[in-house]
Design a protein around this ligand. Structure first.
Ligand code: CP
Ligand code: NVA
Length: 312
């Protein structure tokens, strides 16, 4: 077991390629040994994970809570609205207080600045459970799913279709770090932030892989090994729903017609929750190329891998 060089995970940028590969291989071990793993593995006995969430969650909350319970630890879920934070207590003081009682904090926040402030003030490991900019745990589960299906990252091309959002940002940086070619079809004005583009460009040059942003989804998907999309309206963007729908739909919708341009053995991924009929059709998400349920399951195994690496 290796411990990570940083005691926090704010974005996939915090991890080296070796650390990403290690976390995934350890997650695959958790998954393949799952029958005798269960409640028999008490490796996190006596450890407590707090989950402080400002936004709703199904998979992230459940997978972290289940991971802790299955490894012998405990969890405390904190709706941020129930804390003194909602009455004006500072992030700094909240972080210092939480650090007195538990061993690790996962936080889902509106503004990524909150994650940075938490990471600077927590005395315990801090994991970003999704911010407006990044979703590192999702990216790890996505890379694990790609490796499971494709056996190696070498030579693969991933097509991202749609919004250059939090999930996109970390997935693109993660893919670039492990040497996956990237073609992203994103409308003008919805590209990832400059910093993300610079990291992806830099990592792709190091690995001698391709990274291009195009406007036409067909150009991105043609002969791709992996096709990924996410909602066009992330949490916090609800006021832009009409504008976004008019820009993204129907051009950026992943449907059978678009998937037909990918390789015969291509896989389709989506972090979920999906808005069926918007960014993806039911025929694709329920279709033979879809691996979305393995992707969702892998959240559990990756969380275990991450928790063990941060807490032991
Ligand atoms: N993919 C993901 O993070 O799902 P939740 O919003 O349900 O946690
Ligand atoms: N991009 C989505 C991901 C949800 C898991 C959002 O931020 O709402």
């Amino acid at each position: 077991m290796i411990s990570l060089s940083k005691k926090y995970l704010t974005s996939i940028e915090d991890l080296s390629e070796d650390e990403i590969r290690y976390l995934i291989s350890q997650a695959i071990e958790f998954k393949t040994k799952k029958s005798d793993n269960g409640n028999n593995n008490q490796i996190l006995a006596g450890k407590t994970l707090a989950l402080m969430f400002e936004k709703p969650s199904t998979r992230t909350r459940l997978s972290f809570e289940a991971a802790m319970f299955q490894l012998g630890g405990n969890t405390i879920y904190l709706n941020a609205n129930d804390l003194q934070l909602s009455r004006g207590e500072s992030i700094q003081d909240t972080a210092k207080t939480i650090s007195l009682y538990v061993d690790c904090l996962v936080s889902r926040v509106h503004s990524h600045n909150t994650i940075i402030e938490l990471s600077q003030n927590c005395k315990i490991p801090l994991i970003n459970g999704l911010s407006d900019l990044y979703h590192p745990c999702q990216s790890l589960a996505d890379l694990m799913t790609i490796l499971e299906y494709k056996k190696s990252f070498k030579g693969l091309t991933l097509a991202w279709i749609g919004d250059g959002n939090n999930v996109c940002n970390d997935l693109l940086m993660g893919c670039a770090k492990v040497g996956i070619n990237i073609r992203a079809a994103i409308p003008e004005g919805y590209e990832p932030p400059q910093h993300v583009l610079e990291v992806v460009t830099h990592e792709s040059k190091l690995k001698q892989t391709d990274f291009t942003i195009v406007r036409e989804p067909v150009y991105a998907v043609r002969n791709a090994d992996v096709v990924v999309t996410d909602t066009f309206v992330s949490i916090g963007k609800e006021k832009e729903v009409d504008k976004r729908k008019s820009i993204f739909i129907p051009k950026y919708q992943v449907n059978d017609q678009l998937m037909n341009y990918s390789k015969d053995n291509a896989i389709f991924m989506h972090c979920l929750p999906a808005k069926r009929g918007q960014e993806v059709t039911s025929e694709v998400i329920d279709g033979k190329k879809s691996v979305v349920w393995d992707e969702a399951e892998n959240r559990l195994h990756v969380q275990k891998s991450l928790l063990v690496s941060l807490l032991i």
